[in-house]
Design a protein around this ligand. Structure first.
Ligand code: COA
Length: 283
């Protein structure tokens, strides 16, 4: 990958680690090194580790480096916070750490201790800084919808349908979910006859599933409906007649959020995609 296209997630580099890695890399004339781990969430690609080595390669004016997609299940909420810290300090590529090589003791205090104190806070309440708010700009709605649907091929694999959603969300009430200024999910709704808010399309980046974020989203939409005196919410999803495991999870989610199966439409989406219509009262 191009080195300057990978976002750093660290504010400092430890001098002793730098000197140690420099010696090792010098031996192979900066040619031999293990690929560096990166992660892609939406459009953003960031380092999950290996900042010191990346920085040394940057100093050697190397512009392309070997990377691999980090398979570990890391604390992605913490990484979003790290990305925000870096953005706020104008650290958007590895070379921006040029004047941030610091002595071990300072590194411990300024970086490692800072991270562990926030890690503790995040582990106590991972969603403390989660925001669910309405987005008005049709351009931004379309961008968010496209990024998230394209990251969920197990649920949204039909190109024609994705294009429809991207177009349709532009004019619909749209809720976006962000954490540390990064949008990680959304839901567009259709209000029918003023009595029913249909969850038209929704999704959250896979890295953030199962953390209570979807439930928070449904709660916010519930509040929106209450304010507008909309008594019902509904959603159409793939019915259990279809063996898809991912949609089994989606149905479990809706059930947990209080939706009940209401009717099945076997020909609405074509014979291979039986549709389950679920409803719930606004509470
Ligand atoms: C569906 C989706 C929005 C749910 O969001 P989420 O943040 O993962 O869900 P939550 O963590 O808030 O889960 C809420 C509840 O549903 C349950 N649930 C969620 N996923 C589940 C699963 N795979 N199996 C069983 N229960 C599940 C949770 O246990 C939780 O119950 P609890 O309150 O008793 O703990 C999200 O997983 C997603 O984006 N899926 C892919 C896209 C998609 O399915 N879109 C809808 C197409 S119709």
């Amino acid at each position: 990958m191009k080195l300057d296209e990978i976002l750093p997630t660290q504010l400092y580099i430890s001098k002793s680690k730098y000197e140690h890695n420099l010696k090792i890399l010098e031996k192979s004339n900066f040619k031999k090194y293990q690929p560096l781990p990166v992660k892609k969430i939406g459009e953003e690609i960031f380092f999950t580790d290996g900042h010191t080595r990346a920085f040394i390669l940057w100093q050697q004016e190397i512009t392309e480096i070997n990377v691999y997609d980090d398979p570990d299940r890391l604390d992605w909420i913490m990484y979003l916070l790290n990305l925000k810290w870096c953005r706020d300090s104008n650290i958007i590529s590895i070379g921006d750490l040029n004047d941030r090589i610091i002595e071990e003791r300072e590194y411990q205090r300024e970086w490692l201790d800072l991270c562990s104190s926030y890690q503790q806070k995040i582990s106590q309440d991972p969603l403390a800084d989660l925001v669910v708010e309405m987005e008005k700009s049709s351009k931004i709605k379309a961008q968010i919808c496209e990024q998230i649907l394209r990251s969920l091929p197990q649920w949204f694999g039909i190109e024609k349908a994705i294009l429809h959603y991207i177009e349709d969300v532009k004019t619909l009430p749209f809720f976006k979910i962000s954490i540390y200024s990064k949008t990680i999910g959304f839901c567009a709704i259709k209000v029918n006859y003023g009595v029913n808010a249909d969850l038209y399309v929704l999704g959250i980046f896979k890295e953030f599933h199962g953390k209570g974020i979807g439930k928070r989203l449904i709660g916010t939409i519930n509040e929106y409906c209450k304010q507008l005196n909309i008594p019902y919410m509904s959603v159409k999803t793939l019915s259990e007649k279809h063996p898809d495991k991912n949609y089994w999870k989606t149905r479990k989610f809706y059930e947990k959020c209080g939706f009940k199966p209401f009717e099945e439409f076997t020909d609405l989406w074509g014979e291979h995609s039986p549709c389950l219509y679920m409803i719930r009262e606004v509470k």
